[in-house]
Design a protein around this ligand. Structure first.
Ligand code: SF4
Length: 322
């Protein structure tokens, strides 16, 4: 599969007061193939959203590069670049309550991108908005209503229509279901899945719910304290995790087992994720890892293929896999 998005050594640090630096994303490299969905998981504060936003250029990079369809993306966008960029890649945001302007009608929200980034008449905008409202399961006459008149699931559908109306090929979905009721989460995931198939989308799907990520993703990437610690086919990572953090993360988010009356027991990960301002030397997971060794506190393990001929596409950053 040829890569549409090549993320190379991407780093994003934020300067805060007194010369301190937040290491939100450190040296992340990841290829995303055309029409591939890569699920990105990790605890809150692991840097998932910052990575997604930095890939899209919503944050300036501190280091590294993003190559899109063979073209290195600029660090800063000027208006003509920005318009082209908006037609190539978009983001679906986590919170459908705060990401929609309450003073704009649904028609204005969904059609705004077309007005800003494409040369279209007002009639074309109306027609395209009506078409997109239908595609996401809403009605064209919802165009004249305001966001507060809709449920959370419907608002996320409006957000999806807004993101996709420009025809992007690459979409970052930043926890698109975590603010929704459990009863509507599956509907929104199914809609994204259908749109992915019909439009041939490539996605970076960021989420907390590992079983949902396993369901929608081709590959799963696991992030801890700004770094990738495991990457591989979603089913293999979920059912046979290699990195001790992935193992514990999956234990903390067990998938309901339909063959058993009881769900698998949830296991909490001991200890706190260290501050991204004081990133520890060596393996960043060492203070919480039940398998920690002396070498772990001294040498940072690189994300590298595991020595397993059956799994050439499996990468792990851990000294257990030399
Ligand atoms: Fe645990 Fe060491 Fe592997 Fe880090 S490198 S995950 S501390 S075994």
């Amino acid at each position: 599969m040829s890569a549409l998005v090549e993320i190379r050594n991407l780093t994003k640090h934020f300067r805060i007061g007194r010369g301190q630096v937040v290491h939100a994303v450190d040296d992340v490299s990841l290829d995303i193939g055309r029409r591939e969905i890569v699920g990105l998981v990790g605890e809150s504060g692991s840097g998932k959203s910052t990575l997604g936003k930095t890939v899209l250029g919503l944050h300036d990079k501190t280091g590294g590069s993003v190559v899109y369809d063979g073209e290195t993306l600029p660090s800063k966008y000027r208006p003509p670049d920005f318009q082209r960029h908006a037609r190539m890649m978009q983001m679906i945001f986590q919170d459908p309550y705060s990401s929609l302007n309450p003073r704009m009608t649904v028609g204005e929200i969904v059609g705004e991108g077309l007005k800003l980034h494409a040369k279209v008449t007002a009639v074309d905008v109306r027609e395209k908005v009506a078409d997109w409202l239908r595609r996401v399961g809403l009605e064209p006459d919802h165009m004249s209503r305001y966001p507060h008149e809709f449920s959370g699931g419907q608002r996320q559908r409006i957000g999806i229509a807004r993101a996709l109306i420009l025809g992007p090929e690459f979409v970052v979905c930043d926890e698109p279901i975590s603010a929704l009721d459990v009863s509507v989460q599956a509907q929104v995931v199914n809609l994204l899945d259908e749109l992915k198939e019909s439009l041939g989308l490539t996605m970076l799907f960021i989420a907390h719910d590992l079983s949902m990520v396993r369901y929608v993703s081709d590959r799963m990437a696991v992030m801890y304290l700004g770094s990738l610690v495991e990457l591989g086919p979603a089913n293999r990572v979920f059912f046979a995790p290699k990195h001790p953090y992935t193992e514990l993360l999956i234990g903390a988010n067990p998938e309901p087992d339909p063959r058993s009356e009881r769900s698998r027991e949830s296991v909490a990960i001991r200890g706190e994720i260290p501050s991204p301002v004081n990133v520890p030397d060596g393996c960043r997971f060492a203070n919480r890892c039940p398998k920690v060794m002396d070498v772990c506190r001294e040498t940072t393990p690189a994300l590298a293929p595991v020595a397993d001929a059956d799994q050439p596409d499996r990468l792990v950053a851990c000294h257990l896999y030399p």
